[in-house]
Design a protein around this ligand. Structure first.
Ligand code: BGP
Length: 479
């Protein structure tokens, strides 16, 4: 056993999921079709794709997830047994507003989350809720072009206000858009645009379109923050950024400058969310690129007035980049400008394993944004083997968590980072967001289902279940 550091008694240990990746029940109780419901599974290196409506002969893994919709009370009992103090999930927008542009909500959808939150609370677990986690109503994509359209701001804010009001006595910690920064800095139209609902092709002015959609999302987020605080001043409303620090490959000045620009291009979202303003380099970039952006003075005032209370973030890995010879633009783009890090191991999916990067990132964010932080995703996707007796010996997962939790504790205890909690991703096996596979498993709890939705969906404990239970019981000291 490794000795870690004791975390405060009120530290929020828990787990994290997203509605579309585990609930299933995609078309029951009045739920509408979300963009996740028309995303096929990726297979043999072929990426997931969005089909125009649900088509025969395609596989849509989000239709069944891990059947949480019907089994959550069994799962909540297991979470309690592990010692969870909180559980991060999202609200499926299409359960509340099936098309996204209605004025009246769907009562059956609202009731589902009432029941779920009540059940969690009865087990001593507080819900932590993301408003939009990769699943905007597909109707908003088709009829309005997603967040390419300013009208989306109103639809999102109406959705946010509806659930803020309904759950104001059950939920304290909220986040607006999941991994909002996983867009804009791409070499191609980004394949994973479920938050914005943009459908872009190479022929479009796609980079400008991505920045424009991001701007509307940020305005929508800032308005939601203000509305939430007006409904309940005790709400803590955070942003959610995908934090993968980007290092320079060498001490060569061009590598260092490229890494700096890479960090700016990935984390300007945090500047807007936390500081309420665009960083200086970005309008210059728009100018250089000739982007004609719709950013009004009223928008800028909204961003200033709607800053977040904390920084929610995911951390899985770090990246490395290097400068290009003779290029002073430093126009960093993902993934073209990434290079391998020779010093770290990788997962089966090529994700670089770097616990020190977590401590580095927490320090970097503390110095830049001066807000409390909440690690709302961290974890290790792996192929698990279920033995004949039902056990799963996932020592690789334990080792990943041990190293990352230790780095997190060092950031808190030795470096003074203000941290609210830690919710490992996919605490129960669910459908992978990037590949649509079930086989890429993250859980402490195994779910007997395969990539095609076959299996009993029964739950069982992996070795990591008992390990994480002991971590929580010792306040993070026994790793
Ligand atoms: C984050 C998403 C999650 C989640 C996780 C793991 O990007 O917020 O929804 O799925 O990554 O990624 P994946 O499922 O692709 O392995």
């Amino acid at each position: 056993m490794t000795k870690g550091y004791k975390m405060p008694k009120d530290f929020l240990w828990g787990g994290a999921v997203a509605a579309h990746q585990l609930e299933g029940a995609w078309d029951v109780d009045g739920k509408g079709v979300s963009i996740a419901d028309v995303m096929t599974a990726g297979r043999n290196g072929v990426p997931r794709k969005v089909t125009d409506g649900v088509k025969d002969g395609e596989i849509y893994p989000n239709h069944w997830g891990n059947d949480f919709y019907h089994r959550y009370s069994e799962d909540d009992r297991l979470f309690e047994e592990m010692g969870f103090k909180c559980f991060r999930t999202s609200i499926a927008w299409t359960r509340i507003f099936p098309n996204g542009d209605e004025s009246e909500p769907n009562e059956a959808g609202l009731k589902f989350y009432d029941d779920l939150f009540d059940d969690l609370l009865s087990h001593g677990i507080q819900p932590v809720v993301t408003l939009s986690h990769f699943e905007i109503p597909y109707h908003l994509v088709k009829a309005y072009g997603g967040f390419s359209n300013r009208k989306m701001i109103d639809f999102f804010v109406h959705f946010a206000k509806t659930v803020f009001k309904r759950y104001q006595d059950k939920v304290k910690y909220w986040m607006t858009f999941n991994e909002i920064n996983n867009q804009t800095a791409w070499s191609d139209p980004h394949p994973l645009l479920q938050n914005s609902g943009l459908q872009l092709s190479k022929d479009d002015n796609w980079e400008q379109a991505m920045y424009q959609a991001a701007h509307y999302e940020l305005v929508a987020s800032a308005l939601a923050v203000q509305a939430g605080h007006a409904i309940n001043p005790d709400f803590q409303i955070g942003c959610m950024v995908a934090m993968c620090p980007i290092y320079p490959l060498t001490a060569k000045p061009a590598d260092v400058m490229m890494a700096e620009r890479a960090m700016q291009k990935r984390y300007w979202f945090g500047d807007v969310h936390c500081l309420g303003e665009y960083p200086k380099w970005l309008p210059k970039y728009f100018e250089r690129k000739g982007f004609d952006m719709d950013i009004t003075a009223a928008d800028l005032a909204t961003l200033k007035a709607g800053t977040v209370d904390y920084v929610g973030f995911s951390y899985y890995m770090s990246f490395v980049t290097k400068g290009r010879d003779g290029d002073s633009d430093y126009d960093f783009k993902e993934p073209d400008d990434f290079v391998e890090n020779p010093y770290v191991e990788k997962s089966d999916w090529g994700w670089q394993i770097d616990p020190t990067g977590l401590r580095y990132a927490m320090n970097w964010m503390q110095d830049r944004w001066h807000l409390p932080q909440f690690i709302v995703e961290n974890g290790f996707g792996a192929y698990d083997k279920k033995e004949a007796d039902g056990s799963v010996h996932d020592d690789y997962r334990i080792s990943y968590f041990r190293d990352h939790i230790l780095a997190m504790e060092q950031a808190v205890v030795l470096d003074g980072v203000d941290l609210i909690g830690y919710t490992p991703w996919g605490c129960i096996d669910l459908v992978s967001a990037s590949t649509g596979e079930m086989a890429k498993r993250y859980g402490f709890i195994y779910v007997d289902a395969d990539d095609n939705g076959q299996g009993s969906f029964d739950r069982s404990k992996k070795d990591s279940f008992n390990w994480f239970q002991q971590v929580i019981a010792s306040d993070g000291e026994d790793l």
